[in-house]
Write a protein that binds this ligand. Structure first.
Ligand SMILES: Cc1cc2nc3c(=O)[nH]c(=O)nc-3n(C[C@H](O)[C@H](O)[C@H](O)COP(=O)(O)OP(=O)(O)OC[C@H]3O[C@@H](n4cnc5c(N)ncnc54)[C@H](O)[C@@H]3O)c2cc1C
Ligand SMILES: *[C@@H]1O[C@H](CO)[C@@H](O)[C@H](O)[C@H]1NC(C)=O
Ligand SMILES: *[C@@H]1O[C@H](CO)[C@@H](O)[C@H](O)[C@H]1NC(C)=O
Length: 423
């Protein structure tokens, strides 16, 4: 019996989610990650709107609940540390969510939970320190067509389907689109940085944000707490900074730390303590930094033949807070579209795979949902909050403090073929 052979490139959120869904229809899956080990870093992410039924469908609600971060709310402070506004958390689980959602979870914990879904499945192999050097593919009309992959270590293997789940900077996307295609990443003129510092007893258990005055840069710094030993610092910056750009290009951690520390050095509040830690303390070695970009691919280009993109690789918008939910839902829709064409008894035709990939984008789940969250009322919400615009966008304040959105009315598509276990 022919078994669908799948290569998934990228072990973040989308990759392991897709591995789970495809493993249920009996595919043979290789999930590769470029890092030498699971990349379980990152700060708080949240599961919102359809992310909640999605997580329930995956059977991970209990595991997620066990590691949710209990934040007592969100506050805005001034440069002297005085609270200016406070929004308490709402853990009722229904109705309008507050800024702090019911399912705040550290990104690393979610990555671990998603990996654990397939760790013991015989038809899923997890490889680290592995990436793709190049691939070619047979014509999509070829009924026995394959994607011919060469890994970075020179090993070659053929797959029926290759999935790029390798994030905003996706190399799979670059190889799929070809060297002449324009870069679909659009810089939105801002940067995000996260790092950890040793905590002090007086650090607040509230998400705390401080907007710093500035002449050419708009800077926000904040803290969140998920564990007793560490306080997580996050920085949101709008504007151009040549040193930061150069440091990001160089990829060197020490330069990145210096660039960020220089920007926040004189900010007031706890900036001196945080930038000192950023320059010298080992806790800050987890600094993660990204420019705020949006990936906008032309319609119909999420896939080409037997290669397809999911998650940030297909549709990243760095700062909107929905990346995790989208990564999980996209994986489910892709697997569902393939499963619904998958032949009886686990047989499949490669034509069905190609069609499944097209249907995944045509399904319009993304457009419908995107349009449903951008209601005029939520835009109004953002403008009302314009003093805190950068933070508001980051936290999706508009949705969280009561501007009711239609988002919750969009229902996840149902795929009965995925509900039945076939292995
Ligand atoms: C280390 C890290 C920390 C993050 N922290 C936050 C955060 O704190 N808050 C937040 O909202 N979002 C964060 N994000 C982004 C967030 O995870 C994504 O927006 C969202 O979850 C969509 O997930 P994804 O699976 O599409 O991409 P990602 O989660 O970015 O995962 C992509 C994975 O692919 C791997 N990869 C990249 N290139 C290759 C390659 N060529 N070959 C093999 N593997 C490759 C990466 O190492 C990564 O593990 C972070 C992402 C990363 C990678
Ligand atoms: C939390 O949400 C519920 C349901 O919408 C509401 O009844 C309750 O008043 C909210 N609590 C807070 C503290 O906002
Ligand atoms: C999956 O494919 C790999 C080769 O890519 C093979 O070694 C392995 O035995 C296959 N696993 C199953 C369960 O068929």
């Amino acid at each position: 019996m022919a078994q669908l052979k799948v290569l998934i490139v990228g072990g973040g959120i989308g990759g392991p989610s897709l591995a789970y869904w495809l493993s249920r229809i009996g595919a043979n899956i290789t999930l590769i990650e470029r890092s030498p080990r699971m990349r379980a870093s990152g700060q708080q992410v949240d599961l919102r709107a359809q992310g909640i039924p999605m997580m329930k469908k995956m059977g991970i609600e209990a595991a997620v609940r066990e590691v949710t971060v209990r934040e007592s709310g969100t506050q805005f402070i001034d440069r002297n540390g005085q609270t200016k506004a406070f929004f308490p958390a709402n853990q009722s689980g229904s109705g309008k969510q507050s800024i702090t959602s019911e399912y705040e979870i550290m990104r690393g914990d979610l990555v671990k939970i998603l990996y654990s879904l397939t760790e013991n499945r015989k038809n899923v192999q997890h490889l680290f320190d592995t990436t793709v050097a190049s691939f070619t593919q047979d014509d999509e009309s070829d009924p026995n067509g394959k994607v011919h992959v060469e890994f970075q270590d020179g090993r070659k293997e053929d797959f029926d389907l290759v999935v790029g789940a390798d994030g905003t900077g996706s190399r799979t996307r670059r190889m799929m689109l070809g060297p002449d295609a324009p870069d679909p990443r659009h810089p939105m003129g801002g940067w995000i940085g996260y790092f950890s510092v040793a905590s002090k007893p007086e650090d607040s258990d509230r998400g705390t944000f401080c907007l710093l005055p500035g002449t050419h840069l708009s800077r926000t710094i904040g803290t969140r707490k998920d564990c007793p030993e560490l306080t997580r610092v996050l920085m949101l910056m709008r504007g151009k900074d040549a040193s930061l750009e150069a440091a990001y290009k160089s990829g060197r951690l020490a330069e990145l730390k210096t660039a960020w520390a220089d920007i926040y050095q004189d900010g007031g509040w706890e900036c001196e303590r945080f930038t000192e830690a950023l320059r010298h303390a080992p806790e800050a070695d987890d600094l993660y930094c990204t420019p705020v970009v949006e990936v906008r691919l032309p319609k119909g280009s999420w896939s080409k033949g037997r290669v397809v993109l999911i998650g940030d690789a297909a549709h990243s918008s760095t700062a909107d807070g929905f990346g995790t939910t989208w990564g999980m839902i996209g994986s489910y829709v892709l697997a569902g579209e393939i499963a619904s064409l998958y032949g009886k008894g686990g047989q499949y035709s490669t034509a069905a795979v190609v069609e499944g990939l097209r249907n995944y984008e045509k399904n319009e789940w993304f457009t419908e949902w995107f349009e449903s969250i951008l209601t005029p009322r939520s835009k109004l919400g953002i403008s009302i909050m314009h003093t805190f615009a950068a933070v508001a966008a980051y936290l999706r304040l508009d949705q969280r403090i009561g501007f009711d959105s239609k988002t919750s009315k969009w229902l996840l598509p149902e795929y009965p073929e995925l509900e039945r276990e076939q292995t």
